[in-house]
Design a protein around this ligand. Structure first.
Ligand SMILES: [Mg+2]
Length: 123
């Protein structure tokens, strides 16, 4: 069965870029959220296999959204995707239970391998 992914990013072009990468790799997009609060809500209603989570967003940032998602579902698989210069968040994100941390700008293969690893899909 196809891995279902929730994309959380405030930039529409970034969500589109990620969508194209994951769909081209045979994964399915379970939903798109433009801030962390929407991410928490869509995680609950869509139950994706993997979340690709931006950090800097209005309303609720990705670190808080990660914290709430893991709080509600300790088995949640969240991969943080954030711009260069935000590595300070890596430690906190990993402490909160993030599975991986992809630095933007990223190569498509990096997103795909992070999703595969998080979802434990091989090949
Ligand atoms: Mg952002």
């Amino acid at each position: 069965m196809s891995v279902r992914i929730l994309i959380v990013d405030d930039l529409s072009f970034m969500r589109t870029a990620i969508r194209e990468i994951v769909e081209a790799s045979g994964f399915q997009v379970a939903g798109e959220a433009e801030n962390g609060a929407q991410g928490v809500e869509l995680y609950r209603s869509r139950q994706p296999d993997v979340v690709l989570m931006d950090i800097t967003m209005p309303v609720m940032d990705g670190i808080e959204s990660l914290r709430r998602i893991i709080d509600a579902d300790p088995a949640a698989r969240v991969v943080m995707c954030s711009a260069l210069g935000q590595q300070e968040y890596i430690v906190r994100a990993i402490q909160y239970g993030a599975k991986d941390f992809v630095v933007k700008p990223f190569r498509p293969e990096r997103i795909v391998s992070a999703v595969r690893k998080a979802a434990k899909v091989h090949g």
